[in-house]
Design a protein around this ligand. Structure first.
Ligand SMILES: [Zn+2]
Length: 279
């Protein structure tokens, strides 16, 4: 747990999985990324699912919900899904139940970010957090419900249509304060309406950029995922984020890093370097 004034941030885990290393690093050659992220026999690299639980005075907020547990055996093998940790077990270790979550922010609706939005109860799809409102950019909602050939594999309706059906969907446009000290900020790049989360308290700032900067290995500006629909958008948003984070001493939470969860960034000569923050 780290504290920013009155605001507390826990990093929960929904386990891990693995995706093709080439797709994770875009145009960067394997000889460069395999040093930090050694691939397995199927060229997959290990990824974490680090879910932020933000506790303000008035609200408990989750940033994304991991992969969830609606996966077939075939998919579990394909994505090397590791359920040795789960979001709900991580919550219960803090003494919290799904009912205790007030807000779920979905940075976007890809399956590795919205998978735990819903779950199967007696064969029926239900929202996992029955009291929460689920905050999504309106444009992301539109794109997820109108997928095309390039993004269809990432959007699984079972993760978000039940949220609208239960009346829990809260679509927002642009930068919005979700709770005191917690803002969503659209950044684009990965998807047209991808948003990051900025937490401020006690003069400190923590950002949760999720797929704008998925792991610590993605720190060099050119390390942009092949999955990104608008890679130049990612590049520019990442340039702005890192400059500000280094200038103002922000901490960054890495949603997909299998090792580092939170780090502070600084500039050394022409490079950005991290120092891990132990929660
Ligand atoms: Zn992701």
């Amino acid at each position: 747990m780290i504290a920013l004034g009155d605001v507390r941030v826990h990093v929960l885990s929904d386990g891990g999985f693995a995706l093709d290393g080439g797709a994770m690093f875009g145009v960067v050659p394997r000889v460069l990324w395999e040093r930090t992220d050694p691939p397995d026999a199927q060229n997959r690299v290990a990824l974490g699912l680090n879910v932020a639980l933000i506790e303000t005075r008035g609200a408990r907020i989750l940033v994304d919900t991991g992969l969830g547990n609606k996966w077939s055996e075939r998919e579990t093998r394909m994505y090397r899904i590791d359920r040795s940790a789960s979001l709900l077990r991580s919550l219960s270790e803090l003494g919290l139940r799904p009912d205790d979550v007030d807000v779920v922010i979905n940075t976007h609706l890809h399956f590795d970010h919205a998978g735990g939005n819903t779950r199967l109860v007696d064969g029926q799809l239900r929202t996992t957090f029955p009291r929460a409102r689920y905050v999504v950019q309106r444009g992301e909602w539109h794109d997820a419900t109108h997928p095309h050939e390039r993004n269809r594999a990432s959007y699984l309706e079972a993760n978000y249509v039940p949220v609208a059906e239960s009346g829990q969907l809260d679509t927002v446009e642009g930068e919005v304060e979700v709770a005191a000290g917690v803002r969503v900020v659209p950044v684009g790049g990965h998807t047209a309406f991808h948003q990051m989360v900025v937490v401020e308290g006690g003069g400190e700032t923590l950002v949760v950029p999720t797929d704008l900067l998925p792991t610590a290995s993605h720190l060099p500006l050119a390390f942009v995922m092949g999955y990104d629909l608008f890679p130049l958008g990612t590049l520019e948003a990442k340039r702005r984020l890192l400059r500000r984070a280094a200038d103002e001493g922000w901490s960054i939470l890495f949603y997909h890093d299998p090792r580092i969860r939170i780090a502070r960034v600084r500039r050394e000569r022409e490079q950005y370097v991290l120092s891990e923050v132990r929660a």
